[in-house]
Design a binder for this molecule. Structure first.
Ligand code: C2E
Ligand code: MG
Ligand code: MG
Length: 760
């Protein structure tokens, strides 16, 4: 698994979240849709049931009305028959004989009752008529016997309210004792269920004969099947019938007519119309359409949500990827690396495989970016990424922490020898030339390594600090190498911090010193100038080389004050040496300061030093990435008369472009070439080339680090204008320089023999 794929696998491990979200939304939606469908169905069924109930209620009312109407109708008929005929004295007392006669004569035409009964005032049956169609004429006496108690009750005689009857029109005896003159009721006789009407005959004196003991006429009609058929037909009640206690056909409705005591007097049954079925039948298609519509809507919503969720998940994945990866290389970034490191530490502590962290820094990458442009720099980073991924094992993690910083977590080994060999392999792979945009680029790499120990309690940040220390050491030891962190480095860091503190104090208390090294003409006979070199004698550690404290000052920013200190001192001291140029080293950090020119001007004014005797030495790194600003600053200072020397030429990026563009007055060949002149033919050739290059561009050439006569002779022959080195004088105090200038022979660095030899 490469670093890139490890990043992907990390993202792939989280798709459960969108799925969960999807289900989290889908489930309630499904429940809501299901509930809605269930509610609709229940509403339809409830409405249908309600329609059935309402219909049955209605049928019940209609049936009760029909029975009641039958009673009223019978009563009206009977009243018509017994009413006094035309011409008869309305006020004359009724005569039983005449009543019987009238009933008999009307019977054939007006009555369709089964029995007509006339009772005298004593309640005895005095006359009866039987319809020819009456079902059981022989039961008449028995029927009368059953009706008699009701008649007695109607007449107000003592006794219980009759059972097995349902009043249809007349009320029972009221509370004040008033006896109704007429009544219609339904009575279940042994011979059958019947509607009975009774009318009391009026007496002649205005009172009713029926009150107390007047005669009464009763008409009885059995409720037979024909009648039920007729009522059923009229009321649209199918299967209308009287029933007893036997079970009825399932689905049929049973109506109990109850008497005064709540007891069932008559039972009827019919098949209710049940409009629910019809309602449902008409509603079901729409219901089905609504349900299908709901289902489709739900499906559409689900699909839409799934798409949206997928789009959101993809967006989240992309954002997560962007948040955790470097867009240029596609490698995990610092955040991702930090998290991975913490989990690696936890894994190692739990007994996981031995693990090491490589902190890798590219050398000269910034130069490439600044000189060849950012697009080439970006391409180079991609190539570096590619090479790193190919060099490492699949389960190693490679991350890009910043511009030219990479980090690797590898479980390959914790063994130092093996780690060093892995680091060497990485460095040699990265140091091989790159072809980018038609340019051949060579860069270097330094690596700091820290091993993650099962017993260490260091956190991720601590480990990275250790790796950084190791990297610092690797760079300090000459770059293109790897260093493994050990405890000594921690002490180094502490020491460095202490030194930094001491340096600050030394600068603040003006305890830094400046030494001057003579620069002589080609023959070495005459001092033409001096180079000011910072010196620091530590109260406890003694002499500390600028090679150690200058980078420290640059790193901490102290170089600004230090540089101004040296420049001020050099200008002051230099005033004592008329005709000599005074060279002062300028750090890239100083040169990048916005007010650098003003600072130099200020010091020149302050010390009243002749600017044309001041020579500022800068290295190529001062110019890289700073072209416009550096050029402007140089031009402003040159306008004052200040001269510029390109120091340590040949060790940096050595671009001809810089030499042509910047107005240098002098080239200083680095000491390393002078040292190698006698050893390698290359170095001699390079020195020749630099000299002719400088001369070609109209610059003076100085050779640094000239230590012996051979080097002097060679350089002089090569055409070098000025020499600097121990052969002509080590850095010394200002007083020493003044002494020599007063007595030239006293200068201890000069070797007369060599000078004589050179002169010859
Ligand atoms: P540099 O500017 O190239 O200075 C020349 C260095 O070469 C000096 O080292 C000098 O002592 C040494 N040198 C001269 N002739 C010989 C020789 O014949 N043989 C050998 N072996 N060495 C010789 P030094 O003083 O240790 O300074 C080292 C570097 O520190 C300087 O290199 C310069 O880059 C930096 N430096 C010194 N003083 C300052 C300063 O005030 N400001 C800044 N920015 N850098 C400074
Ligand atoms: Mg120098
Ligand atoms: Mg130098």
């Amino acid at each position: 698994m490469t670093a890139i794929s490890s990043g992907q696998s990390r993202e792939q491990s989280t798709p459960a979240a969108p799925t969960r979200t999807r289900f989290g939304v889908m489930l309630p939606l499904c429940v809501i849709v299901a509930l809605a469908i269930v509610c609709i169905v229940i509403a339809a069924l409830t409405s249908a049931q309600r329609a059935n109930d309402v219909a049955v209620e209605h049928e019940k009312d209609m049936f009760k009305n029909a029975i009641a109407y039958r009673g009223e109708w019978s009563l009206r008929k009977l009243k018509t028959v017994i009413a006094p005929e035309e011409g008869e004295d309305q006020a004359a007392p009724a005569d039983l004989e005449r009543l019987i006669k009238r009933v008999r004569s009307a019977y054939k035409t007006l009555f369709d009752h089964d029995f007509v009964l006339i009772a005298d005032n004593a309640g005895n049956l005095v006359h009866s008529l039987v319809n020819v169609d009456a079902p059981k004429p022989e039961l008449l006496p028995a029927a009368f016997a059953e009706i008699a108690p009701v008649l007695a009750y109607l007449r107000g005689r003592d006794g219980p309210a009759p059972e097995r009857i349902v009043w249809l029109t007349a009320r029972q005896q009221s509370a004040d004792g008033a006896i109704p003159g007429e009544a219609a009721f339904l009575q279940t006789l042994d011979s059958g269920m019947s509607v009975i009407v009774s009318i009391a005959i009026e007496s002649g004196n205005g009172s009713k004969l029926g009150v107390g003991d007047s005669p009464a006429v009763l008409a009885l009609q059995f409720l037979d099947d024909a009648l039920f058929v007729e009522i059923g037909y009229r009321l649209q009640l199918a299967n209308l019938r009287a029933v007893s206690d036997e079970p009825v056909t399932s689905g049929d409705y049973v109506l109990d007519l109850r008497g005064a005591h709540g007891q069932t007097v008559a039972r009827f049954s019919w098949t209710p119309q049940r409009p629910a079925a019809a309602v449902l039948q008409s509603v079901i298609p729409f219901l089905a359409i609504a349900i299908v519509g709901f289902a489709l809507l739900a499906a559409y919503l689900l699909r839409y949500m799934r798409h949206t969720a997928a789009a959101i998940a993809a967006g989240e994945d992309r954002l997560r990827h962007l948040a955790l990866h470097d867009p240029l290389s596609g490698l995990p970034n610092r955040v991702y690396f930090g998290e991975a490191l913490e989990s690696t530490i936890a894994r190692v502590r739990q007994g996981g495989p031995p693990t090491a962290v490589f902190y890798l820094d590219l050398d000269h990458f910034k130069d490439v970016n600044d000189t060849l442009g950012h697009s080439i720099g970006d391409e180079l980073i991609r190539s570096v990424t590619q090479r790193l991924s190919n060099t490492l094992r699949g389960d190693d993690l490679v991350a890009r922490l910043g511009g030219d910083e990479f980090a690797i977590i590898t479980t390959a080994s914790a063994d130092h020898t093996l780690l060093q060999s892995i680091a060497r392999r990485i460095i040699s792979t990265l140091c091989a030339p790159y072809m980018v945009g038609g340019n051949t680029i060579v860069i270097g790499a330094s690596i700091g390594i820290v091993v993650i120990d099962q017993h260490s309690d260091a956190r991720g940040a601590d480990l990275m600090r250790y790796a950084d220390m190791a990297l610092y050491r690797a760079k300090n030891e000459g770059r293109n190498r790897a260093c493994i962190y050990d405890n000594v480095m921690d002490a180094d860091l502490t020491r460095r911090k202490q030194l930094e503190k001491d340096l600050r104090e030394a600068i603040d208390n003006d305890r830094l010193d400046v030494a001057y090294q003579p620069i002589v003409n080609a023959s070495g006979e005459k001092i033409v100038g001096v180079e000011a070199l910072a010196r620091w004698v530590h109260p406890e550690r003694g002499f500390i080389s600028p090679v150690e404290f200058i980078p420290l000052a640059e790193h901490s920013g102290l170089i600004i004050e230090l540089g101004e200190c040296v420049l001020r001192r050099a200008c002051r001291d230099g005033k004592a040496w008329p005709g000599l140029s005074v060279a002062v080293n300028v750090s890239p950090v100083q040169f990048r300061q916005a007010d650098f020119v003003e600072a130099v001007e200020r010091i020149l004014v302050e010390t009243a030093f002749d600017p044309s005797r001041l020579e500022l030495e800068v290295t190529e790194s001062t110019l890289i990435g700073n072209v416009e600003i550096a050029e402007a600053a140089m031009l402003r200072l040159k306008a004052l008369g200040v001269r510029f020397a390109l120091d340590d030429f040949g060790t940096g990026y050595s671009s001809l472009h810089y030499l042509r563009r910047f107005p240098f007055d002098k080239l200083k060949i680095d000491r390393s070439f002078v040292l190698s002149i006698e050893k390698t033919a290359d170095a001699a050739a390079i020195v020749h080339a630099i000299v002719s290059l400088g001369r070609g561009l109209g610059m003076k050439v100085t050779a640094e680090g000239v230590e012996n006569a051979e080097q002097h002779l060679f350089l002089r022959a090569a055409g070098v204008h000025f020499m600097q080195g121990f052969r002509f004088g080590k850095p010394c105090s200002a007083a020493d320089i003044s002494a020599y200038l007063k007595t030239p022979g006293a200068f201890r660095g000069l070797e007369r023999d060599a000078v004589a030899a050179m002169a010859s």
